[in-house]
Design a binder for this molecule. Structure first.
Ligand code: UDP
Length: 265
């Protein structure tokens, strides 16, 4: 299939498949594809805290594109096909596994709270955790026993997910260290991609400062969604800094939607 010859579908005629807290999924131009649209909404504490932060969706679209394209390039399979415009990307339709896979390198957030380990403590090794994706239940932490007993994923799929999580963590840790950022932890989601008679697990959703903890190596400044969760302010500035360090945004590009901006192909 030639994804470069995508038909243009006006926004109003697109079928909305799903609307989440920070993204909308629309029907794609070809069977088996979807369009993932990044909104400016920021939510935390299971959407009890909500704010629209102008420009966040544009930044997350670009940063997530950069990460997923590089994962594809090093042979880590993802749902990502290509970015379409400032807020949207073309993705493969997958069956989402209802788990949030969190990988931690440094203690922070809920791990620090639960186990009383001071934020910033380097962990003896990377730790993988699973949370059941269910807003009504507040995404409870679950073990492999729960996952297999309730049929959310098979033991083989859990092995595949953990292998992917380790590869993504190693790639991201190196990527961010190279631009002076410590990858404290991140969340990823996986999906089942069905191709002819085959099924494989791929990385799905997004990886962006909304779903990672990113600390400046020198100053320990937070460059992620904790700026919103903890009312620190300066979220757009922090995400823009990450984008610039990755070489995605040039100095004079504006993410704020303050007028037409040239989108590089
Ligand atoms: N995370 C996420 N979505 C969630 C919960 C967590 O993207 O619904 C990310 C979060 O940004 C952090 C990592 O997963 O990078 C670990 O989060 P933690 O369990 O510490 O929870 P939090 O402190 O965010 O409640």
């Amino acid at each position: 299939m030639d994804f470069n010859k995508t038909r243009y579908i006006p926004m109003s005629r697109r079928r909305r498949i799903y609307e989440g807290k920070a993204k909308v999924l629309y029907e794609g131009p070809e069977p088996g594809t979807l369009i993932q649209h990044f909104k400016d909404d920021a939510t935390a504490f299971n959407a009890k805290k909500h704010q629209v932060i102008e420009g966040k969706g544009v930044l997350n679209n670009r940063i997530s594109e950069y990460i997923f394209q590089h994962l594809n390039d090093i042979g880590v399979p993802t749902h990502f096909i290509r970015r379409l415009n400032m807020r949207e990307q073309l993705i493969r339709e997958v069956e989402i596994i209802p788990l949030e896979v969190v990988v931690r390198n440094v203690a922070a957030g809920s791990l620090s709270q639960r186990l009383g380990i001071e934020e910033g403590t380097q962990l003896p090794r990377s730790i993988i955790e699973f949370y059941y994706k269910n807003d009504q239940l507040n995404d409870p932490m679950v073990s492999e026993e729960h996952i297999t007993a309730f049929g959310w994923a098979t033991p083989q799929e859990i092995d595949d997910i953990m292998a992917l999580a380790i590869r993504v963590n190693d790639f991201l840790s190196g990527l961010f260290l190279g631009i002076g950022i410590r990858l404290v932890d991140f969340k990823m989601e996986c999906g089942r991609l069905f191709e002819s008679d085959m099924m494989r697990i791929v990385v799905a959703d997004e990886i962006s400062p909304d779903s990672c903890r990113l600390w400046d190596v020198k100053s320990n400044e937070k460059l992620d969604k904790d700026r919103f969760r903890r009312d620190l302010g300066g979220l757009i500035e922090a995400y823009t800094d990450v984008a610039k360090r990755l070489g995605i945004m040039t100095e004079n590009e504006r993410p704020m939607g303050a007028g037409p901006v040239l989108v590089k192909g």
